[in-house]
Design a protein around this ligand. Structure first.
Ligand SMILES: NC(=O)c1ccc[n+]([C@@H]2O[C@H](COP(=O)([O-])OP(=O)(O)OC[C@H]3O[C@@H](n4cnc5c(N)ncnc54)[C@H](OP(=O)(O)O)[C@@H]3O)[C@@H](O)[C@H]2O)c1
Length: 270
């Protein structure tokens, strides 16, 4: 029988959202410049992207991660997810823009509001489930400036977003982000575990954790030894603070393989 994640969804902290333990990252649906994957790739066409999303849904995935900085990702998802909005928990971001092959950052209140309203239009929806601040690495300075978080809190009160937090790069930033925010996106994989204290804090305080780069952007899959993909997921799901891992694949076979690994681990743990 095909392994799926139906029945294995879990709460994203106290947001009220229930997410699949594996989510779909969509950098590769919209951008092929300035990325650090082990090998080159071709951005999927609409038929391939539609098949990928249908496969994800069939496998019990309801979590999808995008960002204004992922090229055409948001706009394409708006079109591809038309008519199935309610089946998905959509995570997007604010703060980073990617233009002409270059990243530019703007965490001002004006840009934050403009960016969220633009994401709503691009994604053809009236609410984003989660919005994360897309850090440039200066996590603490971004949050201490207050503008971006205050604007996200306002947008939450207005009902345009359901939850917010930080996709950061430092343990200190993740911890600060969780004091007021609902969730954090952290890097956590076989090679990088510096942000583990953020996951510990989230577990103790009912906050949500989404893991990015769970497979070290694909480099973990090339590690020597038995089944590095399984070992990567075992590491994540051994921590009760992890709500879900966003894995950025455009290959439906990898997607099924990843779902089978995660389902086996979680079913063994229950
Ligand atoms: N907020 C941020 O600052 C930030 C930064 C980075 C990423 N993210 C989010 O997190 C997502 C994931 O990050 P990521 O894409 O950098 O890294 P990742 O999920 O660790 O790795 C993705 C890479 O692994 C490969 N892969 C996946 N499953 C595989 C399998 N079973 N066997 C072999 N290779 C496999 C994929 O190639 P195939 O396509 O060939 O499967 C892809 O190149 C992104 O898409 C994005 O949504 C956020």
């Amino acid at each position: 029988m095909k392994a799926t994640l139906h029945g294995l969804h879990r709460p994203l902290g106290r947001t009220g959202l229930q997410v699949s333990p594996l989510g779909l990252g969509t950098v590769k649906l919209g951008r092929d410049q300035g990325v650090k994957y082990p090998s080159g790739f071709t951005i999927p066409d609409d038929a391939q992207a539609r098949h990928l999303l249908a496969t994800a849904q069939d496998l019990g995935i309801n979590l999808i991660d995008t960002a204004p900085a992922y090229g055409t990702s948001e706009e394409r998802l708006g079109q591809l997810l038309a008519g199935q909005r309610e089946n998905w928990v959509i995570v997007s971001k604010v703060g980073e823009e990617f233009e002409d092959g270059q990243s530019r950052f703007d965490f001002s209140p004006g840009h934050t509001r403009h960016s969220v309203e633009r994401s709503l239009r691009r994604l053809r929806t009236d609410r984003l489930d989660v919005v994360l601040v897309h850090s440039d690495g200066n996590d603490i300075a971004i949050l201490q400036d207050r503008g971006v978080y205050q604007t996200l809190a306002e947008l939450k009160r207005e009902g345009k977003i359901l939850a917010y937090g930080l996709s950061g790069k430092t343990p200190e930033g993740g911890l600060l982000a969780l004091r007021e925010g609902d969730c954090a996106m952290v890097t956590y994989n076989l090679e990088m575990r510096q942000e583990e204290p953020v996951i510990d804090y989230a577990a103790a305080h009912g906050k949500g954790i989404l893991v990015k780069k769970a497979l070290a952007s694909g480099h973990a899959c090339l590690r020597p030894g038995e089944d590095p993909v399984r070992r990567s997921f075992e590491l994540l799901f051994a921590h009760r603070g992890v709500s879900g891992a966003i894995v950025g694949t455009i290959n439906p076979h990898h997607l099924s393989e990843n779902v089978a690994r995660v389902a086996a681990i979680l079913n063994k743990n229950t």
